[in-house]
Design a protein around this ligand. Structure first.
Ligand SMILES: [Zn+2]
Length: 1015
């Protein structure tokens, strides 16, 4: 047994200890407490005090911003730094100490110029030692004031020792996992041992030592790196990255600082390492930099031009893709790609979502129609049950569109262990991880290249110099480890595209990329789910109404306000905000943002409606606006309560006579029954629904022996990631909310039923369960005052329907999912996401559930469940312990969801018509109008807006039934030209217009965008 490997290890340590030749501490530091610094880096003119002790800082630096549980303390520091004579002209580094993983973090300026961020991974950087002195200014952030204490020094570096250290260490690490005493192992060991035999360690720091270091480097270069290294089994493309969550365990404004620090570090490192490439997404973060650090922004623009900085990702932020609506995803791309193009001249082609909690099957089409052809993530590797069998594949969406998709495969290699499912987007350049990234890749027959995104995220500052130094050695191709190259993700994907094209081994994944994890994010923080849904509809409605007011009453279209509002909706869809996984402060901020944008949109919409109303010629009555794209009949609120109006034109208005209230819904308290012409609903002694009798179909809806709308509180103590998770054992312990404290008969115009109040410990649920006279729909208008935590609240409707699949509304279409647990893949889908409705149908009969702001569903074995609340305590102890208002509805129906018009009903629930009384008046407008209409039930128009760059009108419609249909689209204004357009509003093929009408063929689940030029 020889111990040469241990000798090598010992001597690597000795060489490392020789890297810093001398340190000079920086004294006479002054500090000035501050709040968030705002724009630029102007340190305050006065208020400076000498920095003495940590205790002094602890006592004298007040909290800034709103103090989060992590604290938000800031201070400026300054000092005069003189370069000692013996360091002049040599390699000198400025080292600013950080203490712990998270804090403190600094931005360092020399002579007023941004140098780089400092955190525990990035403490030193080279400076020009030819100058006599610098004015050092530092802006610091920390969670505790004492931690801000600035501890800085100048270091004289022995670059030869440093180079030798990495030359030795990297092959030594490769040896670490190679088969002991195998050929490659022995070759490396011999080479390293020979090299260290060149070293003279007797008088370290001496001339002899320095010469021997040079000799050892030269020996390694000629005998090892040149002779033994070269092309290896595979290539790992390394691109620097720092995944910065736009808000999470910190508020948005701290993200602004994280970006300043991380991005300035990246720029500074690019100057040192010309081969270094760095990829960033999320234009929102660039917008922060543009505003707050304009000089840094200019440097980033230059680095994008030089090819070092890759701007990709296509969307405004990295949004949640379960909850965001179809139109929201379009706006993410519209805002994201426009910014990248305008600011950086980049046409982003990659949807870069490494950390998002599942990917809707609507995405491939939406991406392709926005000119995005590739998709990259790693999150599906977090699946707790199944491993997806492919890492590169064509991903096919609901309409058949296919997108090249790639999963990051970075994980550390350990030959003694089986490969794991989990991979990381916070990668590292180490021998183990470079090998592991390749080993974990499942499509080796398609490509011998994989990608590794290396760098610390979330304020860890991104890639380090150490990673670059290791990468430089691995670039040479060390035996036993894949070769490293530094390239852009786009270039790598260009080659991957060539490899998979027309290759019979290329896998295809059809349908959603469901994440078998984080299922609680469909429900956590209910208020944000509600604000999101309401904002999405409000902004679409305000756009359409503003176009209408422009067409009919010449009211100026509020383009800037609407664009800004959508940007904020997109921001709040960030993948830790809308999922409910952030701290309380983030939701305090998003409350303010939503209130602001909803206030502005409501005012604009109301002004538009008022301007239109003023011009209508009418004998008076009820002016009803219908924001939906079909001629609608339904309930509106009036002074008489809810009344039924009929035949209101699509995306238009009509003046109708104020309808009479028929009072046709029978309510009987003694017999616990509500009844209309369509159904009879009977309640049991606990006021749960014992029976729903469908009079037309002559059948019972509620499963025999069961009850409907039973509210159940499940113990919700997930195995980890509290706010994110529902673990499938949640069903083990539960309590039915069968107790009733009050029942009242209620009538509101056309609707009638019962108001039922139930306690649950200190919480309270009040439901208005009502029917109207015109449909078989049962509404559950719900108020909850919630005070519990670690409870998952669900409602359940056991039905008599037998079907092995259910249909769930998603973005611009729907998906079917199994209703059984046959395989592990189906078992994993015990909770799924749907938007406005879900439907369980057998041949010719079914039951739909609709909601106005809920997303978590599960339909299994004939039982339809909707998840109403999840009240986690981490990371937000206050989560969901507040008042909630929402509506869900149950609709028994003949036919399937299409024949029963469930999509329309779901739109009406979410996007109700509105009414106002109007007196007799003379004007220029008719008393009935439709802005845009279609003549097919399966086609729905969502967006009607003015184009971002012109006064053309953008109309977006889609097929909701998975069918091909010829459809006529009629415009309520004079049309000069209609063209197909991309989601980015670029005109494509022209369509013939006749009588302000176009005829289109819309394919299954197809999204069609039209660019309409007015006469
Ligand atoms: Zn993230």
């Amino acid at each position: 047994m020889n111990y040469l490997n241990e000798r090598i290890n010992q001597i690597i340590g000795w060489v490392r200890s020789q890297i810093i030749i001398e340190s000079k501490h920086i004294d006479n530091i002054f500090y000035a407490p501050c709040d968030y610094k705002g724009i630029g880096h102007e340190a305050p003119a006065d208020g400076w005090k000498p920095q003495t002790t940590r205790e002094d800082l602890q006592d004298n630096i007040p909290a800034g911003g709103s103090k989060t549980r992590f604290g938000e303390y800031h201070a400026w520091f300054k000092a005069e730094v003189t370069i000692p004579e013996n360091m002049k002209g040599k390699h000198v580094e400025l080292c600013v100490r950080s203490m712990r993983m998270a804090n403190p973090q600094y931005i360092v300026y020399l002579d007023g110029k941004t140098m780089q961020g400092v955190d525990s991974n990035h403490e030193s950087f080279p400076i020009d030692s030819n100058k006599d002195s610098y004015e050092l200014t530092v802006y610091g952030f920390s969670g505790r004031p004492a931690d801000l204490f600035l501890n800085a020094e100048l270091q004289l570096i022995d670059t030869d020792s440093r180079n030798l250290y990495y030359d030795l260490r990297v092959p030594f690490e490769v040896m670490g996992y190679l088969p002991f005493e195998g050929k490659e192992y022995c070759e490396i060991r011999t080479a390293l041992n020979n090299a260290i035999n060149c070293l003279d360690l007797r008088d370290r720091g001496s001339e002899e030592y320095s010469e021997s270091v040079k000799a050892a480097i030269e020996n390694l270069r000629t005998e090892f790196y040149e002779k033994k290294c070269g092309e290896q089994m595979a290539n790992v493309v390394c691109i620097g990255h720092s995944h910065i969550d736009t808000a999470w365990l910190w508020p948005f404004r701290q993200t602004e600082e994280k970006c300043q620090r991380t991005f300035s570090t990246a720029v500074n490192m690019m100057k040192e390492y010309p081969e270094y490439k760095f990829i960033t997404s999320q234009p929102q973060q660039f917008k922060y930099i543009k505003e707050l650090e304009p000089e840094l922004y200019d440097e980033i623009q230059a680095m994008v031009k030089s090819g070092n900085w890759e701007i990709e990702g296509a969307m405004w932020v990295e949004p949640d893709c379960n909850l965001s609506s179809g139109e929201s995803l379009c706006r993410q791309l519209l805002h994201g790609k426009r910014f990248m193009k305008e600011e950086f001249g980049v046409d982003s082609k990659i949807l870069w979502l490494p950390d998002v909690f599942g990917y809707s099957a609507a995405l491939p089409q939406i991406l392709q129609k926005a000119g995005v052809t590739r998709f990259v993530t790693s999150k599906i590797s977090w699946n707790e049950t199944n491993t997806l069998p492919c890492d590169v594949f064509m991903w096919q969406g609901i309409d058949g569109t296919e997108i090249l998709s790639y999963f990051l495969t970075a994980q550390d290699y350990d030959p003694r262990e089986k490969l794991r499912n989990g991979t990381t987007y916070n990668g590292n350049i180490s021998a183990r991880q470079i090998r592991g990234t390749w080993e974990r890749f499942q499509q080796k027959e398609l490509s011998n290249e994989v990608i590794n995104t290396f760098g610390f995220g979330d304020g860890g500052g991104g890639p380090t110099r150490e990673m670059m130094e290791v990468g430089r050695r691995l670039e040479k191709g060390i035996p036993g480890c894949p070769t490293v190259t530094f390239e852009k993700a786009g270039d790598f994907l260009d080659r991957m595209e060539e490899s998979v094209k027309d290759n019979r081994f290329t896998p295809k994944w059809v349908g959603e990329l469901y994440l078998e994890y984080h299922r609680g994010t469909y429900t956590s923080i209910a208020k944000n789910k509600r604000n999101n849904r309401k904002s999405e509809f409000l902004y679409e409605n305000t756009e359409a109404t503003s176009v209408m007011a422009n067409v009919l009453a010449d009211v100026e279209y509020p383009k800037a306000m609407l664009s800004d509002g959508w940007e904020k909706i997109c921001l709040n869809q960030f993948h830790d905000v809308i999922p409910g996984s952030s701290i309380k402060e983030v939701y305090d901020d998003s409350d303010i943002i939503y209130a602001d944008i909803m206030g502005k949109a409501n005012a604009a919409k109301s002004a538009a409606e008022t301007a239109i109303a003023a011009k209508i010629t009418t004998d008076g009555g009820l002016l009803v606006f219908n924001p939906n794209s079909f001629e609608a009949s339904g309930l509106v609120d009036t002074e008489k309560g809810k009344v039924w109006v009929e035949g209101i034109p699509a995306k238009g208005y009509k003046v109708v006579a104020l309808p009479e209230v028929c009072g046709c819904v029978k309510v009987c308290e003694e017999c616990r029954m509500i009844e209309n012409a369509f159904i009879t609903v009977k309640f049991d002694e606990n006021w749960n629904i014992a029976s729903i009798w469908d009079k037309k179909a002559e059948r019972e809806v509620v499963k025999a022996g069961e009850v409907g709308n039973r509210l159940t509180a499940y113990e919700d103590i997930p195995r980890n990631w509290d706010a994110w998770e529902i673990t499938n054992y949640y069903t083990e312990k539960s309590w039915n909310l069968d107790e009733v404290t009050a029942v009242r008969v209620i009538r509101n115009g056309e609707i009638a039923g019962f108001e039922i109040e139930r306690p649950f410990q200190k919480s309270k649920v009040v439901q208005k369960i009502t029917l109207d006279a015109h449909t078989a729909k049962i509404d559950f208008d719900t108020f909850i005052d919630w005070k519990n935590d670690h409870i998952l609240l669900k409602t359940a409707f056991p039905t008599e329907i037998t079907s092995d699949k259910a249909t769930y509304d998603i973005q611009y279409g729907s998906v079917e999912r199994p209703t059984h647990y046959n395989t592990s893949w189906e078992q994993a889908k015990f909770e799924v996401c749907a938007h406005k409705y879900a439907d369980l149908s057998e041949y010719n009969y079914g039951v739909a559930i609709m909601n106005d702001c809920k997303y978590g569903h599960d339909i299994h074995g004939g039982v339809i469940r909707l998840t109403l609340l999840k009240s986690a305590t981490h990371p937000n102890p206050a989560a969901d312990k507040e008042e909630h208002n929402f509506v869900y509805s149950l609709v028994p129906h003949t036919g399937d969801y299409r024949q029963a018009g469930i999509v329309k009903e779901a739109y009406l629930l979410n996007n109700p018509m509105t009414a106002q009384t109007i007196g007799a008046q003379q004007g220029t407008l008719a008393d009935s109008y439709s802005l845009v209409s279609v003549d097919r039930d399966n086609v729905y128009v969502e967006a009607i807006k003015e184009a971002e760059d012109s006064d053309a009108i953008i109309v977006r419609l889609y097929d909701a039934y998975n069918t091909t249909a010829k459809v006529n689209v009629t415009f309520g204004f004079d049309v000069a030209k209609v063209e197909y357009a991309s989601i980015l509003e670029e005109a494509q093929e022209e369509i013939a217009v006749a009588d302000n009408k176009v005829a289109l063929t819309v394919k299954p689940f197809e999204i069609v965008t039209l660019k309409v030029t007015r006469k």
